[in-house]
Write a protein of this length. Sequence first.
Length: 167
Amino acid sequence: LDIACGSGFYGISALKRFAAARLVSVDWPGVIQHAEVNARQTGVADRVEFRPGDIFSSDMGTGYDLVLAVNIYHHFGMDKCIELSRRLHAAAAPGGLLAVVDMVPDEDRTKERFPLMFALTMLIWTRDGDAYTRSEYRHMLETAGFKDVTLKAAPGPASTQAVLARK
């Protein structure tokens, strides 16, 4: 499952890595059209089900071994992120992996400037958005029922991290 899939490239990358995998991509109708084009151009469209909709209300299905949530949590406040985490927990298969990829500032919010500037941007352009620390992600995900929350480096700027958790 790839929620708020945007261009679709994270889900497409997973399909390229796992030849037998299938993908469900969810995003707003106008956005998902771009993911459809990219899936066709990369030759994986036959393994993707596109579900135009809203990640807070649309049926995303269940039983997913991998749930991707890339660059989405920062758009929302803590309560909405917990709500989203609960929906993703319900969608994941037992033992399934959630991968949240986002800007993750250090715990004291003092060392790396890029995620702090990004957090400021989210405060300006969203109602409640923020860049969340590892402990804030741990709180959100564990509250929703996830366990084994870890942080891994992800491709991109040094402050881009993958927050991983298991159902």
